[in-house]
Design a protein around this ligand. Sequence first.
Ligand SMILES: *Cc1c(COP(=O)(O)O)cnc(C)c1O
Length: 437
Amino acid sequence: MEIYTEKQKEISETIADDASHSNWKNYKWQLSHAIKDIDTFEDITSIKFDEEEKQVYEKVLEKFPLSITPYYLSLIDYDNYKNDPIFIQSFPDPHELIISKYDIKDSLAEDTDSPVPGITHRYPDRVLFLISNICGMYCRHCTRKRRVGDVDSIPNRSEILKGIEYIKNTPVVRDVLLSGGDPLMLSDSYLDWILTELQAIPHVEVIRIGTRMPVVLPYRITDDLVNMLKKHHPIWINTQFNHPREVTASSREALSMLANAGIPLGNQSVLLAGVNDCPILMKKLVQKMVQNRVRPYYLYQCDLSEGLTHFRTPVGKGIEIIESLIGHTSGFAVPEYVIDAPGGGGKIRVMPQYLISWSTNKVILRNYEGVITSYKEPDSYEPTFCDRNCDECQLQLELYPADEYKAVGIEKLLADHDKTISLVPMNTDRMNRRNAQ
Ligand SMILES: *Cc1c(COP(=O)(O)O)cnc(C)c1O
């Protein structure tokens, strides 16, 4: 099953004189031979750019660095590279220099919601913890382009400890999402240390790792890594396949090793113009995912970070894709389409509408084929006034004294026990007049 294609052999021989099957499959060899400049790219692929083109590429690289693993490069179809999804995701594009007036440096305001460096605490019960600023491959569509790729910026122990300390002191955090950069750029032992520290925190119930290694450097998934991860269950991993062409024998092997270690796998695709903005292609991709025990989790609308204008599609493209999946293929193969709100509102689901009308006792629904149907609601439903006194509730939910329950946002408006009747923006003239009175 192991592959080492003629093309990969050729690439490794061009790059290094220690070319061999075992070196090719050694992730450290892959990383130390990552392609970081245009000349090397030309030498390996025999694709030639003219001087003018090259000058523009160099300019792009001054702003956003280049790094492609030999493995990922080997997936490029040289003969049709301009339309190649692997090439487009990994090779600089002059459009990256275009900054639209709607672009935002820290578009998701991750720095604003950051109590300590590296941590973004946006949602009630979970945090994002950036533990690496480097990646095996620099995706051209990266939302954290502005910060990823700084040399030498794997945070040191004392920086990481500050993040861990924050989590320790914040009992509401039950889910820690490790991201970066790519957390799997850290050594096994360093990662082991971070996971051990996090796991020792009693209120941390689950740890997730966001990594693109199964896609860009599947050889990073080694027996040693998997055996180390296994010690820290429950560990979940989310990866990012964007195109069916990325699903190779090597990446399938990596996924299988992770799944066999009992790690639930998810996929977070980014909707990218010219790469995967096609319902048929996306159906193929999600089907390949579940075939490899990876649950499609999110489909992201491309963020408003700088240098991504050429990758953005209208939101309607994503809706069209989801419309072509729901009902048409396995329910668990359908991701949720989300827009990560500019300014820090977090992920917002944007899905097609299936509830099309309702009366006091019926709802009108439509299905994926266009069938319009009605569902008769119960004649009697004893609404219980919920005063959040769970001890007396017949539903037998056992809460511990430490479990606190605080309604937030729309949930607050719906809650019986909460007297809030509207959510009102604070900084309007109207509110300022009120406050001045
Ligand atoms: C995406 C994200 C999470 C995790 O969100 P889920 O919807 O639970 O996957 C947590 N924190 C931040 C800041 C995020 O961007």
